[in-house]
Design a protein around this ligand. Structure first.
Ligand code: G4P
Length: 289
């Protein structure tokens, strides 16, 4: 594997370790739930995820659908489905569509489950685990899934570290430790999209650059939202945009002038908290599957 210095920062050692562990755990599963960020259907996908899963059936769960621009998300979902993936849009926080995962998983595994039935085996919970990059919502989904009458079951032999399984009625046996994978970082744009949405919280990219990127992106793709929220017009350049937000939101320094640090924080917080509506940063015309 060749890596640039920049990439090394994104690949902490413990993640290499987890890659090996995940590969071992995947073997125990009937089906794998891969969590993607609906705002970043490409940037939140690591090709390594697909390699790790190998021949196991998978479902791509597009999480945080509430924060995304659904029109763009649907375009990506169509492309993933054309490539043969099973997909579902969810909001792990509110629980929207989470109750549809079981039916979809059983549909995907129909032939296998049918064979088991013909052998006289009883319907059983499906063994599954959740994989995804940091902050994509893995723990939230585990919590939401396990709210429905879950009981912890014992440790499982065959896994080196003691693993807890959460049994959800007859639906799933869910591994309570999610598989964390790093995002890929080959395209500079991917880095910016991960940073803007808060998928990457470490300050790997300078905040000013991230904010400048975000404002220029919003101006290109969502000018009406910038106008409604901050009074930014199409002719405003970057400096004018920052000044307008600063003035509008009262980010003023004691001695006069705009407190740009506060402006940067406001822009990022507003984007992440849906103050500018659902946004999609990956766009099919510039970031393809
Ligand atoms: P991880 O295990 O994959 O690292 O992610 P985790 O579940 O910790 O979720 C990361 C953040 O994303 C959390 O917010 C979580 O609440 C939020 N989140 C997860 N799923 C959804 C979703 O479908 N919609 C929305 N809007 N948010 C979601 P946080 O700010 O880190 O914490 P908090 O706000 O919950 O305190």
């Amino acid at each position: 594997m060749s890596m640039s210095t920049k990439q090394i920062q994104w690949f902490p050692g413990h993640m290499f370790k987890s890659l090996r562990e995940i590969r071992e755990k995947v073997k125990l599963m009937d089906i794998i739930l891969v969590l993607l960020d609906s705002r970043l259907p490409v940037s939140s996908m690591n090709p390594e995820i697909i390699k790790i899963v190998e021949k196991k059936p998978i479902i791509l769960l597009f999480n945080k659908m509430d924060l995304s621009d659904e029109r763009i998300l649907n375009q990506y979902i169509k492309q993933y489905e054309e490539q043969g993936y099973h997909t579902l849009k969810i909001d792990a926080q509110s629980g929207k569509n989470v109750n549809k995962i079981n039916a979809l998983a059983r549909e995907v595994l129909k032939e296998k489950l049918e064979r088991e039935k013909q052998k006289g085996l009883k319907e059983r919970p499906l063994r599954t685990m959740i994989l995804g990059i940091p902050n994509v919502g893995k723990s939230t989904l585990i919590n939401t899934l396990s709210k429905s009458g879950a009981t912890k079951t014992g440790n499982t032999p065959g896994v080196t570290k003691a693993q807890q399984w959460i049994k959800m009625g007859n639906d799933f046996e869910l591994l309570d430790t999610p598989g964390v994978l790093w995002p890929k970082f080959e395209d500079q744009r991917v880095g910016f999209h991960l940073a803007v949405t808060g998928a990457i919280k470490d300050k790997i990219l300078p905040e000013t650059e991230v904010v400048f990127y975000a404002l220029q992106f919003l101006k290109a793709h969502y000018p009406k939202r910038l106008l409604d929220k901050y009074g930014i017009t199409e002719t405003d350049d970057l400096q004018m945009m920052l000044d307008r937000i600063g003035t509008e939101r009262g980010c003023l320094l004691k001695g006069g002038g705009i407190d740009y640090e506060r402006v940067y924080t406001i822009v990022l917080t507003d984007i992440r908290n849906k103050q500018l509506g659902g946004l999609s940063f990956d766009r099919p015309e510039t970031l393809s599957l």
